[in-house]
Design a protein around this ligand. Structure first.
Ligand code: ACO
Ligand code: KIV
Ligand code: MG
Length: 516
């Protein structure tokens, strides 16, 4: 009997580009670097680090990632415009392993209403774009945007022309999540069979999740010859998101008997990176999310528990440890040292320098004095709190609040900046937090509208840290803030202050840091 060798599927992660396009999910440079490093640890083949023409912040992020992160191909996106392609290359040129990804929509709707180009012009622009990119770099990807709604004959023509012009990967996007698995499989099958030079390129897919079919469509494409899947951590991305990396990878692995395919993903890193991206973007992972949700391996029903106790495969098709869940996440306490903290931080997917470990260690000891047990969630919250810190920023010194049943008598807050303390009192507001926010606005002179405010538990137990996430609007732009503390009011105040500091640093969620 002969065993068929599994086909290697390239994993192209676009969390830092399409994922970041998700409203409210912009990341600053520090955060993007952290995610990029973790993607390398995860074993992805390609990291789409951004769209350099978008802003100075995005350009810098791509440049920094290309110049410092090794272990994966670093990719930058560009429209079929000279300025975009030149800017993408400018950002990528210091990297050793880089790809330019050029795209141009091909569907009738996009040609007529958005681009106002006819078919001939689309082909000409696509070819010119690929050729210009090729003049800089060997590894070129071309995407006919909205391919899933493009006429088949025209799609074949564009794909053939892009390959002839030098595209080493051709990516077929279902930009609006319109495709269905059987129909998308037919598109891939058709391209494989009709495009004469298809064997000179890697065929890729990029599926959106508007109908909840992104993973199913991507897998159907793999069955029909696609060799690359574009995906994101936690399925983050424009609107309903992109194909979820963890789901696609675990489907290929768990059903390798069916797909006869494999990836280079270190699956035990899936849960840590999911938590990292969720912490950074503030996009909470739903509890019943496949693979990485808190309930993905939880069993409450008696019959299931009975089965699990007798033989876990009765109710589990994957082992929790294979995706990075640990049996218990209680590891550290008051008597732990720096080595254990550094080790646990690494296991959680963070890359801290010795100085950063020292700084987090100070917070860790303070927390350990307040809390009996320190869980993974607590450590992640401490690290994230440090990550959100911005240069010359306002710091919380203390606060006092006098209130009875919603009636605020007085809120007093003391902040410091550059070693100088400022104090404000306030007796207005709908409650203690609102009163403290108004007092902060008095000191900083920044007036904002709170659009979203959440407090969640960072770990478990009555003494768990509260982790607060806030979104505020200032001068028409949205800013995010995060704060953690065992005192939930303080967590809220810290999150609000973090958002104010981001306003001052120009770090809104619509444009990454440094954007103009
Ligand atoms: C499916 C996707 O995910 S595509 C990626 C989407 N991501 C983003 O758009 C995020 C980053 N975008 C941005 O920062 C801005 O849109 C920029 C800087 C790229 C462009 O900004 P502006 O110059 O103000 O243009 P604006 O966004 O209003 O319109 C887009 C223009 O690009 C054109 N365009 C769109 N796609 C392409 C393409 N692939 N190739 C060439 N031109 C294109 C549109 O037709 C429009 O042109 P027009 O201004 O002549 O009508
Ligand atoms: C840029 C392209 C690949 C894209 O994101 C899409 O079409 O959804
Ligand atoms: Mg997309």
């Amino acid at each position: 009997m002969t065993t068929k060798m599994p086909r290697k599927i390239t994993i192209f992660d676009t969390t830092l580009r399409d994922g970041e396009q998700s409203p409210g999910c912009s990341m600053n440079l520090k955060e993007k670097l952290e995610v990029a490093q973790s993607l390398v640890d995860l074993g992805v083949d390609v990291i789409e680090a951004g769209f350099p023409i978008t802003s100075i912040g995005d350009f810098e992020a791509v440049r920094e990632i290309a110049g410092t992160v090794s272990g994966a191909t670093i990719c930058g996106l560009a429209r079929c415009r000279e300025a975009d392609i030149d800017r993408a290359w400018e950002a990528l040129k210091d990297g050793s392993n880089t790809r330019i990804h050029v795209f141009l929509a091909t569907s009738a709707i996009h040609r007529e209403f958005k681009l106002r180009m006819d078919k001939e012009e689309i082909i000409r622009r696509a070819v010119e774009g690929v050729k210009r990119a090729k003049s800089y770099c060997d590894d070129i990807e071309f995407s006919p945007e909205d391919a899933a709604r493009t006429e088949h004959d025209f799609l074949c023509q564009v794909v053939e022309a892009a390959i002839a012009a030098g595209a080493t990967t051709v990516n077929i996007p279902d930009t609006v999540g319109y495709a269905t698995p059987t129909q998308f499989a037919e598109v891939i099958h058709m391209l494989v069979n009709r495009v004469p030079n298809i064997d000179q390129t890697v065929l890729s897919v990029h599926c959106h999740n508007d109908l909840g079919l992104a993973v199913a469509n991507s897998l159907a494409a793999v069955e029909n010859g696609a060799g690359q899947i574009e995906c994101t951590i936690n399925g983050l991305g424009e609107r309903a998101g992109n194909c979820s990396l963890e789901e696609a990878v675990m489907a290929l692995r768990t059903r390798s008997d069916y797909y006869q395919a494999e990836t280079g993903i270190n699956t035990q890193r899936l849960v840590p990176i999911s938590r990292l991206v969720s912490n950074i973007t503030g996009m909470v992972v739903q509890r019943n999310k496949a693979i990485v949700g808190r309930n993905a391996f939880a069993h409450e029903a008696g019959i299931h528990q009975d089965g699990m106790l007798k033989e876990p495969t009765t109710y589990e098709i994957m082992r929790p440890e294979d995706v990075g869940f640990t049996k218990t996440d209680l590891v550290l306490g008051k008597h732990s040292g720096r080595a254990a903290l550094a080790d646990r931080s690494r296991a959680l997917g963070y890359h801290l320098t010795d100085e950063q470990v020292d700084a987090v260690f100070v917070d860790f000891k303070k927390l350990a004095d307040k809390k009996k047990e320190i869980y993974d969630g607590d450590i992640a919250a401490l690290i994230e709190q440090r990550n959100t810190e911005i240069g010359d920023q306002w710091q919380l010194v203390s606060y006092e609040i006098q209130a009875t049943s919603g009636l605020v008598r007085q809120a007093k807050i003391v902040l410091s900046r550059g070693g100088q303390e400022s104090e404000a009192t306030n007796s207005e507001g709908d409650g203690p937090l609102d009163a403290l926010f108004l007092a902060i606005e008095k000191i900083t002179g920044k007036s904002v509208v709170v659009k979203d405010f959440r407090v969640q538990s960072a770990s478990r137990g009555k003494d768990a840290q509260g982790e607060s996430l806030i979104e505020v609007e200032h001068n028409g732009r949205v800013y995010r803030g995060r704060g953690a503390s065992t005192d939930t009011v303080e967590a809220g105040v810290r999150a609000f202050l973090n958002a104010i500091n981001r306003i001052e640093a120009g770090q809104d969620t619509n444009k990454p840091s440094g954007a103009v």
